[in-house]
Structures are given as structure tokens and as C-alpha cells.
Write a protein of this length. Structure first.
Length: 256
């Protein structure tokens, strides 16, 4: 399997309202952190982006997004008809809008209806980044019309095996494309030589990007602040660039 895929998306192939579904095979791999940082980098690149936390009622993305606490309504209100999407979203940075999960418990059908309603409004944005719940990720992904599916994994064997299961499930949905992001990378965990190639073969998806272990990333997210600099910031900028159609090679893994 190719170490990193050549992204062939361009402005014609990524129309307004393209949805990036960020999921994982298991919890604890940094899925929500990846979704938040990716959405922020797309917004910084000038793309109007809506970040939706679909982990209802267990969502935590609002803890990582500065200004997210200003929301009066949330996605559970939207799902239950108590608020419009315009009342649910909060502009937290230039070009970046956020819709928090809420605390109401939704049935699978209610979650599916919520996703379908947001899908109808997706054309208002360049990208919708959907932080998918672990137990309802397929409900979210199969009810969006144009999805780019991203699986987040760490390099440990348990996470990689779960990611391979996720890859098999997502393949049934026929997304525009499905790829994976390796989070918390370290050369010690992955190994030298062809270690990353072997890991990619085990996951069963092409690699979109590598995010290194970063104390700065954890510190910023805990304070609800966007990444401003550092190796993790550069990694997300490269991932966002590839999604936007730029041909960006994988950097020297010994330097990230």
C-alpha cells in the first residue's frame, strides 16, 4: 500500500458542502482533538467551515473550542426542533463555526434525521467537519450525501486493529474517499525503516497525514486555544492543504 496517497481533489471535486467525517475504531485516540484542529486549519486557509460535535450527549469538543460556551442552543435542540441551525452554530473564529453536541439523548432515528437536516444546509459552507460518535459513526456517515471519511488511530496495536475494522465498515458506504490519520506519532512507537508502511497495510486505508506527539497540542486544547505554532500545527496545515487539493509530500518523519 502506498505510504501516503496523492490527493486528487480540486475545487471542482470538493464542492460546497463537502462533509469530512472524522471517526475512529476505538475511543482515546484523539479523534475529537483531530477534528477540532483540522477544522481550525481549514478555516485559517479561508474555507468557511462548520464543526459539528455529533457525540450526543457525550460530546467534549466544546471544551477544546474557544467561544463554544457562548452557544445558547446545541445540536440536540436542533434535532428536536427547538432551534434552527443558525441559532445553534457559533462563530468562534474567522470562517469557523461550531455546533455543540448537547445533553439530550437521541435515538438512532433522531440522530439520522438531525444529520439529514444538516446535510441540506451543508452548501452554506466549504466544509462541514463532523466529529462522529464511536457508537453511532455509521449513522452519521451514511446520512450525509458527500463524505470524505477520515479514521483517526494511534500507533498502538489495539488502536490499529480497531481502525482496520472501521475501514471495513466505512468501505460499505462508498465515500468520495476514505483515509486515515496517524495521531500521536513517535519513531519509537512506529519503528524505523518500513514501520509506517506496515502499519498502513494493517489499517487498510491510505495515509493522509501524521500528527506527532505534542505537549503543545494538549496544552492548547485544554485551554480552549487554537494551535499557533509547532510540529502539530504544521502537520494539520499539511493535512488541510491535501484536502484542499494541494500536493504536499510527507515530511521527514525524523523531524516532525
Amino acid at each position: 500500500m502506498t505510504l501516503i496517497c496523492e490527493i486528487v481533489l480540486n475545487s471542482e471535486e470538493t464542492p460546497l458542502g463537502t462533509v469530512i467525517c472524522v471517526g475512529s475504531g476505538k475511543g482515546g485516540v484523539g479523534k475529537t482533538a483531530v477534528a477540532v484542529c483540522l477544522a481550525a486549519c481549514l478555516a485559517e486557509a479561508g474555507k468557511k467551515t462548520l464543526l459539528c460535535d455529533f457525540s450526543i450527549p457525550f460530546g467534549t469538543a466544546d471544551m477544546f473550542v474557544s467561544g463554544g460556551e457562548r452557544a445558547v442552543f446545541d445540536l440536540s435542540d436542533f434535532a428536536c426542533g427547538r432551534a434552527e441551525l443558525s441559532e445553534t452554530e457559533v462563530e468562534v473564529e474567522d470562517n469557523l463555526f461550531f455546533a455543540a453536541s448537547g445533553k439530550a439523548v437521541l435515538s438512532e432515528r433522531e440522530l439520522a434525521d438531525c444529520v439529514k437536516k444538516i446535510d441540506r444546509f451543508a452548501g452554506r459552507y466549504d466544509f462541514v467537519v463532523a466529529d462522529c460518535p464511536a457508537d453511532g459513526r455509521l449513522t452519521v456517515e451514511k446520512n450525509f450525501s458527500k463524505i470524505l471519511s477520515l479514521c483517526v488511530t494511534r500507533p498502538d496495536p489495539e488502536s490499529v486493529r480497531s481502525a482496520s475494522v472501521y475501514a471495513g465498515l466505512v468501505s460499505r458506504l462508498s465515500p468520495v474517499w476514505a483515509k486515515y490519520i496517524l495521531n500521536c506519532f513517535s519513531s519509537n512507537a512506529v519503528g524505523k525503516g518500513n514501520g509506517l508502511d506496515l502499519l498502513t497495510d494493517r489499517v487498510g486505508l491510505p495515509l493522509l497525514g501524521v500528527v506527532p506527539q505534542s505537549g503543545e497540542m494538549a496544552k492548547c486544547l485544554c485551554c480552549g486555544q487554537s494551535l499557533k505554532r509547532g510540529t502539530a500545527k504544521g502537520a494539520f496545515e499539511r493535512i488541510a492543504g491535501r484536502i484542499c487539493g494541494q500536493s504536499i509530500p510527507l515530511p521527514d518523519l525524523g523531524r516532525i
